[in-house]
Design a protein around this ligand. Sequence first.
Ligand SMILES: CC(C)(COP(=O)(O)OP(=O)(O)OC[C@H]1O[C@@H](n2cnc3c(N)ncnc32)[C@H](O)[C@@H]1OP(=O)(O)O)[C@@H](O)C(=O)NCCC(=O)NCCS
Length: 162
Amino acid sequence: MGLFARLFGRSKRPVIARLKPSDADDVAFLHGDNFDRGWSVPECENLITDATCYGVGAQLPGEKTLCGFLLCRIAADEAEILSIAVARHARERGIAKAMLARGIAGLGVERVRSLFLEVEAENIPALKLYRHFGFEEVGRRPAYYRKADGSTAEAIVMRRNF
Ligand SMILES: CC(C)(COP(=O)(O)OP(=O)(O)OC[C@H]1O[C@@H](n2cnc3c(N)ncnc32)[C@H](O)[C@@H]1OP(=O)(O)O)[C@@H](O)C(=O)NCCC(=O)NCCS
């Protein structure tokens, strides 16, 4: 791809919208491409249609599939980020920030007062994303993640009050 195409392509703004059941294929693909434990299409469809879940997807103009998704679960006035991922070709252009901004606004409307998440301690892009939105560390879980190669990784628990 030439310089002009790269620059032009990167300037395209994604459309951010609530997830719908027909997005389950794209969410399952993105989740499987980014995490060791994949989610099946039916699992994704169940999450998207679950009344306690709040999800948004991102789509770039001209693309047929989602380039990112965010899924949260609400319990009373708290919520948890279950997963967020952006396709490799669409990273570092603010798509995760756009989805999280939309998610935080939507959860606020649902009367959520605190949003929690777990993130691998070495995941620098994700930590930068969460700190950008004012999430603060509230705990650590050593050896919380088990990776495909058998090694383990520490989780940081973060919270953002609304
Ligand atoms: C984490 C992830 C969702 C970020 O998506 P993204 O669309 O590229 O993020 P954005 O472009 O909105 O940038 C968010 C912040 O991360 C930073 N960032 C993004 N990619 C980065 C990288 N490779 N290295 C360093 N910082 C990076 C950005 O600079 C920005 O920080 P800033 O506000 O200080 O400028 C994406 O890397 C991803 O899908 N990773 C795999 C799945 C994952 O780890 N999910 C999180 C699980 S807790």
